[in-house]
Design a protein around this ligand. Structure first.
Ligand code: FEO
Ligand code: CA
Ligand code: CA
Ligand code: CA
Length: 564
């Protein structure tokens, strides 16, 4: 009722306290259940795949992947289909103890490759709430081995040619799939983030800023290069140039070929927030999650009309880097040969260097961007940056404090928002403010206490995932320090909060098991169930014994009304 809403700052729930245990907590009147865990079968042949905490190599691409991240729900002919990322693996958990966290055989590498990528799965609501529809024709695993197409201006360029693909058109795998996006035409966007970590060199390492700026080199995180030449930089120096993109997947066709959209640039992509500008063009907001890297915007050349497959609009457009002026105005700087001194292909392959040349604003790790569906404004989570004011980024760019990244050694993070000129997301100018500066008002009485809308009762650190519900409320997920000690005392486990964009008020809605971050959020078609990702939990959640298992949970209101 209106009275209830007024009493709760516009929130339809009573905010909860912090937690420090290995459980999920929600406000009174809300329930949850685990929808799917790492290792759960997508097809009945894999019903018994998860045994004693392990999955065999044969079954490893027939189960739900590890470390769930960004996800989106689609209406496919009335069926509910979720596409969800599996960002990375925990070899100490995923492989036999004897391997000691490093793959010892090609089969163990294969298991890790198969636990990552994307899961597409149909879900349905039965007597026990939502469940995965096993054997659905929509179910699909996309892994580090799945064939995909390179599209856009970088496709076919010398920079992306390899021994296995001399044409530079066909790539295997999408890697380190972090945040997500949904196109206006109903396809899924999966965002390749820390792809650099999969490559290593068994011989001489190729050199140059194109590698160092992206942190490519040294030993691969999972020893892939010892068992698969594709990941060996001394043999395939161009393979890393084929990763770090936004990849489009059609969730309605399990036989479709995913498409890497090179026009959206190559960096450590967090998510891809698509909106239609008031002039009809497609705009995609893109964060590059690394200390002192940049916030981007892609604008298509063509316009989109309802009912159109807009895939080609993602091949033909302009990439921009954000510049935030200290007077709370800002502008999008086009990345062109004139502004960067690089050719069109180089701008897309080495976008970070292009952004440096154009003079964007170095940011405190841009994670998710969320656009308000009720008005023309967008928000970016700047998760934290211990190097702010301390040292430059990998390209040597200045990272002194500025108005939008105002705190040296920023361990708490902030959320910035901008309003495009004339309400047009394709306009080159905007005004901005900070929606919230996270902080700890019990430990500090200076800028590290946070902004006025941060209190003892709602404090948090490291905002990361963000999404708007259709009612225009901003849901904020954290991936921060959950030690509950020192400057994080009183903040507890990672959490999901709801922010009111109009009043600035923020209320804690959910806390997750210690060790976990909250990542990924989407809603059922009727809006009555929210699906929330729990990544890298600790303890033995959710089974109560055995290994922790990253999971997607369904959350709903006991009274059956729309959530939020
Ligand atoms: Fe995968 Fe930046 O989070
Ligand atoms: Ca993230
Ligand atoms: Ca994060
Ligand atoms: Ca993560």
């Amino acid at each position: 009722t209106a009275a209830r809403a007024e009493a709760h700052g516009g929130f339809a729930f009573d905010a909860i306290d912090i937690s420090t245990d290995h459980q999920i907590h929600l406000p009174d009147g809300y329930q949850h259940k685990v929808l799917v865990r790492w290792g759960d079968a997508l097809w009945s042949e894999a019903d018994d795949a998860y045994q004693d905490g392990l999955v065999s190599v044969d079954m490893s691409d027939k189960v739900f992947g590890e470390n769930t991240d960004g996800m989106e729900l689609f209406d496919v002919d009335g069926k509910e289909v979720i596409a969800v990322n599996s960002e990375y693996v925990n070899p100490k958990i995923n492989l036999p103890e004897a391997s000691e966290g490093v793959p010892q055989t090609a089969d163990e590498v294969q298991i890790l490759k198969n636990f990552q990528g994307v899961t597409v799965m149909e879900i349905t609501k039965g007597d026990n709430g939502y469940e995965v529809v096993k054997d659905s024709p929509y179910n699909r695993r996309i892994t580090h081995e799945t064939e995909m197409t390179l599209a856009g201006p970088l496709a076919g360029h010398d920079l992306v040619k390899t021994n296995a693909d001399p044409e530079g058109m066909t790539v295997k795998g999408t890697m380190n799939n972090c945040g997500s996006g949904k196109t206006l035409w109903g396809t899924y966007l999966t965002c390749e983030e820390n792809f650099n970590g999969y490559f290593g060199a068994t011989g001489d390492m190729p050199e140059g800023e194109g590698y160092s700026r992206y942190g490519i080199g040294g030993e691969g995180r999972y020893a892939y290069e010892k068992f698969d030449d594709r990941y060996d930089l001394s043999k395939e120096p161009n393979e890393p140039h084929r990763h770090g993109f936004v990849t489009e997947i059609n969730p309605a066709d399990a036989s479709s070929t995913p498409i890497k959209r090179t026009a959206l640039g190559r960096f450590k992509h967090e998510n891809a927030e698509m909106v239609q500008a008031s002039d009809g063009r497609i705009v995609v907001y893109l964060g590059d999650d690394e200390r002192g890297e940049y916030l981007y915007r892609y604008v298509s050349n063509g316009t989109w009309e309802e009912g159109q497959d807009g895939g080609e609009l993602l091949n033909d457009g302009t990439l921009y880097v954000a510049k935030f002026h200290d007077d709370q105005t800002g502008e999008w700087l086009a990345l062109t040969p004139e502004t960067t001194g690089m050719n069109a292909a180089e701008i897309l392959a080495f976008t970070r260097m292009a952004a440096s040349a154009a003079g964007g604003t170095t940011m405190d790790r841009p994670e998710w961007v969320a656009a308000n569906p009720t008005k023309p404004e967008a928000y970016v989570a700047l998760t934290n940056n211990k190097n702010r004011g301390v040292k430059p980024n990998a390209g040597g760019d200045d990272t002194s404090v500025n108005a939008v990244n105002p705190r040296e050694t920023n361990n708490f993070g902030q959320i910035a928002r901008w309003t495009p000129a004339d309400g047009n997301h394709a306009a080159d100018d905007f005004t901005w403010d900070l929606y919230v500066m996270a902080g700890n008002p019990t430990v500090y009485d200076n800028v590290y206490a946070g902004s006025d809308n941060v209190t003892k009762g709602n404090m948090f650190n490291s905002p990361d995932g963000m999404a708007f519900s259709s009612d225009g409320m901003l849901w904020i997920q954290t991936d921060g320090d959950d030690s509950n000690e020192g400057e994080f005392e009183g903040q507890g486990n990672n959490q999901m909060l709801v922010g009111n964009p109009e009043t600035g008020e923020i209320a804690r809605f959910m806390t997750v098991p210690n060790g976990a971050e909250v990542t990924g959020l989407c809603w059922s078609l009727d809006g009555k169930t929210a699906f929330v990702g729990v990544q890298h939990p600790g303890g033995a959640w959710p089974d109560g014994d055995g290994k922790p298992r990253s999971s997607v949970v369904a959350v709903w209101r006991e009274d059956g009304s729309v959530i939020g």
